[in-house]
Design a protein around this ligand. Structure first.
Ligand SMILES: Cc1ncc(COP(=O)(O)O)c(C=O)c1O
Length: 396
């Protein structure tokens, strides 16, 4: 019913508007398979809802804790799609998932506290912890039997630990946590009285045949502070929309306090709330087809990557990023991505300290949320660059 081809991509517009390592930031002719942001036009109901709101002409202050119908719609979607105990009265719309993470960190961490974050993981975990004056302690997240091995996690807890950062689904590994692993994390948090920053921004981008399970559905939720967002699933990153939510009123009050919405210094714009409501009320049929399309793109990209010299790649279950190991090329990730961009005009995100933590060295991240034609062209260029470097075909 929906089309995920070049016909749904306006490169002329993206070249003007898409920043953050994407089209508008690249030199002429470079294909960016970089930031986790889609090339497709977002689903139509978002534009319609915004146009309707704008056409009335007024843009007054809206409720400090968010527009009630917006809170209601998001909470309903979290309940219905993921079985989470989401209550609109304990859900605060905020201006991005990134902001949500900062709010959670500020609400529960004091300077000098420790927070366990996975390595690798999205840099926002590190940044949000640092912004609260706390210390990120990196837990090496190694893949074993297709999932993240948590057997050593508890050893990273010290008397100063106050929080564990959970990225589910995990960016950049693209993995889901099975129920028993979520229970294990909850058990650790209960034993040591730790908060959990539960980032579920990717929870709607799950490949065909896989099932997302939220930590909010496996045990006590009083210490779980969750973040959800709209940038990944619905392509509205520039509108800066997200939310934080939990099940405990006292914890919610701490989030509200940390968000500065009561003074109006914090808060999400009315337009972004209108867009967020349209996403969850009307765009899931679009998203479910998008997931089918992404599953085919993933399988295609995996086959291509696995045939390239010096590259291996595990199979992700979720997210629209792939995270191949490129250590077999003999180059570090930054040098390799610079080489591929300069010589072969394909931009990719390097592993390493900057974006995902030191444990991501030897890897690159590839965004596949684009048309098959653009993805193929990007992978063709990568393959040509690696062949020139390592010779053709597998080096081992
Ligand atoms: C795991 C994770 N959390 C949060 C964010 C931030 O999302 P937003 O654009 O809503 O700030 C991202 C974006 O890349 C992400 O991957």
């Amino acid at each position: 019913m929906y089309e995920f081809t070049d016909r749904s991509i306006r490169l002329d517009v993206l070249r003007r508007k898409a920043f953050n390592l994407r089209w508008a930031e690249q030199e002429e002719g470079v294909i960016p398979l970089t930031a986790a942001d889609m090339d497709f036009l977002p689903p139509e109901p978002i534009r319609r809802a915004l146009t309707d709101y704008i056409s009335e002409g007024y843009f007054p202050y809206v409720p400090k804790l968010g527009m009630p119908d917006v809170r209601e719609s998001i909470a309903r979607a979290l309940r219905e799609r993921k079985g989470e105990p989401a209550d609109p009265n304990l859900l605060l719309p905020v201006d991005s998932a990134a902001r949500g993470m900062y709010i959670i960190a500020k609400a529960v961490l004091k300077p000098g506290d420790e927070a366990i974050i996975f390595d690798p993981v999205d840099f926002l975990f590190r940044e949000s912890v640092l912004s609260a004056g706390a210390v990120p302690v990196r837990f090496p997240a190694r893949i074993k039997d297709g999932k993240i091995d948590l057997s050593e996690l508890e050893r990273y807890v010290t008397p100063r630990t106050r929080m564990i950062g959970l990225c589910n689904p995990h960016n950049p590994l693209g993995l889901l946590y099975p129920e028993e692993d979520l229970r294990h994390i909850l058990d650790i948090s209960q034993r040591h009285d730790l908060w959990i920053m539960n980032d579920e921004i990717w929870s709607d981008i799950v490949y065909s045949g896989e099932k997302f399970r939220s930590i909010m559905t496996v045990g006590p939720t009083d210490k779980v502070l969750s973040v959800f967002g709209f940038s990944k699933s619905f392509g509205i990153a520039g509108l800066r929309a997200g939310c934080v939510y939990c099940t405990d009123k006292a914890a919610f009050d701490r989030l509200v306090e940390a968000s500065a919405v009561e003074t109006t210094a914090g808060g999400i714009s009315s337009l972004s709330q209108v867009a967020a409501k349209a996403c969850v009320d009307e765009c899931y049929p679009w998203l479910d087809e998008f997931r089918g399309f992404l599953t085919e793109n993933r399988d295609y990209a995996l086959e291509r990557l696995r045939a390239m010299s010096g590259v291996t790649c595990h199979t992700p279950q979720a997210t629209f990023v792939l995270f191949p190991d490129i250590s077999g090329t003999g180059m570090d990730a930054v040098t390799l991505t610079e080489y591929l961009k300069k010589e072969y005009k394909v931009a990719l995100v390097p592993g390493g300290e900057q974006f995902f933590g030191p444990g991501s060295e030897g890897h690159i991240r590839i965004c596949i949320a684009t048309s098959r034609r653009i993805l193929k062209e990007g992978l063709d260029r990568m393959e040509a660059g690696l062949e020139a470097l390592c010779g053709s075909g597998k080096a081992f």
